[in-house]
Design a protein around this ligand. Sequence first.
Ligand SMILES: NC(=O)c1ccc[n+]([C@@H]2O[C@H](COP(=O)([O-])OP(=O)(O)OC[C@H]3O[C@@H](n4cnc5c(N)ncnc54)[C@H](OP(=O)(O)O)[C@@H]3O)[C@@H](O)[C@H]2O)c1
Length: 246
Amino acid sequence: MKTVSLSGRTALITGASSGIGTAAAHALAREGVDLTLAARREEQLDTIAAEVESEHGVETLVVPTDVRDEDAVESMVDKATDQFDGLDILLNNAGLGRGGEVESLSTEDYRLMQETNVDGMFFATRAALPHLKESRGNLLFIGSFAGQYPRPSNPVYAATKWWTRGFAHSVEASVGDDGVAVTVINPTEVRTEFGSASGESFEERFEENEVSEPEEIAEAVVFAAGQRNSTVSELDLYRRDKFAHF
Ligand SMILES: NC(=O)c1ccc[n+]([C@@H]2O[C@H](COP(=O)([O-])OP(=O)(O)OC[C@H]3O[C@@H](n4cnc5c(N)ncnc54)[C@H](OP(=O)(O)O)[C@@H]3O)[C@@H](O)[C@H]2O)c1
């Protein structure tokens, strides 16, 4: 399907230091998008910035940010918009899963998921929306299959992703008149650092070609951002055998 050129646009990616965020950085840079890269691990961000600059000749800005910190997120958006004179694309990607069933979930893990997956996406969206309205840009969220179907093994993680979808589509309804496109991308398992806190990341747990690679999710980001007039409201990228193991 024909999409418009993204060359010269500017994007801000949260959670750019690994997995889907890093893959999205490479894919958007390949399309000529200048990038603000945000996450907590500055060294990783610097390496990724150097790679995309040398491979694709785009401009980058690294802004070490904890998305749970409201002031830090405001400052992240200010720095991005000052550097690139506005913002066309926000990829709300930073997120994590911790713990498991409700009865054994610690309050600490509960709060970590809420603060990262819910508060972080709210803070970034609130700060970026005036700029996206200005540019008639794209607001993208990484949701999850866990935000579409019950997840008995981790109800709180699932609930944060149901929140993401509910928030995203309600924002979609409120900013459509302003020309802002809002997209939720729902992956199933992707081979990233996700799950590493429990001892084994998805990268380690799954063999190559067993589940989705982060680059596949990154192509969905490029596709959604490249629509001329439409909103790609929701995109589901599932491992092919997902319903065999459901
Ligand atoms: N992998 C999967 O199977 C899968 C499936 C469905 C949805 N998702 C969603 O995809 C998104 C990306 O995850 P991933 O799979 O790419 O995992 P990942 O490799 O672990 O990446 C997570 C990213 O989020 C960042 N992050 C975590 N807490 C943060 C904080 N407080 N402030 C700023 N950045 C923070 C991490 O950076 P720092 O540690 O440097 O801060 C990292 O860059 C998440 O929203 C996740 O829920 C993943």
